[in-house]
Design a protein around this ligand. Structure first.
Ligand SMILES: Nc1ncnc2c1ncn2[C@@H]1O[C@H](COP(=O)(O)OP(=O)(O)OP(=O)(O)O)[C@@H](O)[C@H]1O
Ligand SMILES: [Mg+2]
Length: 228
């Protein structure tokens, strides 16, 4: 079983959108997938209520996260995605500790990129063995904001995905209906972007497995080696 934790100190960066989009992509790829919602606002759970269909979404207190993951493993889950609240450090640390891969969605603005360092500090405090990468979200169709944000993040030695999510109304419309963008508009550009991100995420998870089976640096420090 693989665990992806979606983190970020900044509110509204796209944590829940990314978590749910990847969960639906995995579900459509016939994976046994569950979403754990650590956010007291329960945005992922409420989306699940609107949807009233798989994937399974469970609201969990951070103190119970390890037990819930153990149960998911016993029940044969392939993938668990953890959605976290913006400002609750205990949740972020618990999610980072359990992750194989940490994804940090970030909007391409200076205010958003500036918060990345505090998110990274939290992740370091968690002493996780997880891989980590930023995914740019809400990228405008014009201008150089994406390139500027990528440069700012890479200058902190933090990997950035080579794929991103554009600013598209499909994401907000889908949210209202309890759908993901790939369900709302299967042949749309948002669906294509999610597919690319899902495929790249699977590659990262697979390479994490092969590194861990070689026993390299296991548990010693955060590896910022997403290869992106
Ligand atoms: N790429 C996008 N294009 C357009 N709208 C988006 C995009 N990504 C997210 N949104 C919208 O922005 C809002 C915030 O996104 P989301 O809830 O995923 O952020 P969050 O990081 O989970 O926020 P919070 O910190 O409050 O949990 C939602 O209304 C969502 O539909
Ligand atoms: Mg959220």
């Amino acid at each position: 079983m693989k665990v992806i934790s979606v983190l970020g100190q900044k509110g509204g960066s796209g944590k829940t959108t990314l978590t749910l989009s990847l969960a639906v992509a995995a579900y459509k790829a016939n994976k046994s997938v569950a979403v754990i919602d650590l956010d007291p606002q329960a945005s992922a759970c409420k989306w699940g209520d609107r949807r009233n269909a798989d994937p399974v979404i469970i609201s969990v207190q951070p103190a119970r996260l390890r037990n819930v993951l153990a149960t998911a493993r016993e029940n044969g889950a392939d993938l668990v995605l953890i959605d976290t609240p913006g400002r609750l450090e205990q949740s972020a640390i618990a999610a980072a500790q359990e992750a194989d891969l940490i994804l940090i969605p970030c909007r391409p603005t200076i205010k958003d990129t500036e918060t990345i360092e505090s998110t990274i500090s939290l992740i370091r405090a968690a002493r996780t063995k997880a891989k980590l990468a930023v995914i740019l979200n809400g990228v405008p169709s014009r201008g150089a904001q994406r390139e500027q944000a990528e440069d700012a993040i890479r200058s902190m030695a933090i990997p950035v995905y080579p794929f991103f999510l554009s600013n598209r109304v499909a994401f907000t419309h889908a949210d209202v209906l309890g759908l993901s963008a790939q369900e709302f508009e299967p042949s749309g550009q948002g669906a294509r972007e999610i597919k690319e991100i899902y495929r790249f995420t699977c590659e990262l998870l697979n390479s994490a497995t092969s590194q861990q089976s070689k026993g390299k640096n296991h548990g010693k420090k955060t590896r910022l080696t997403a290869g992106a």
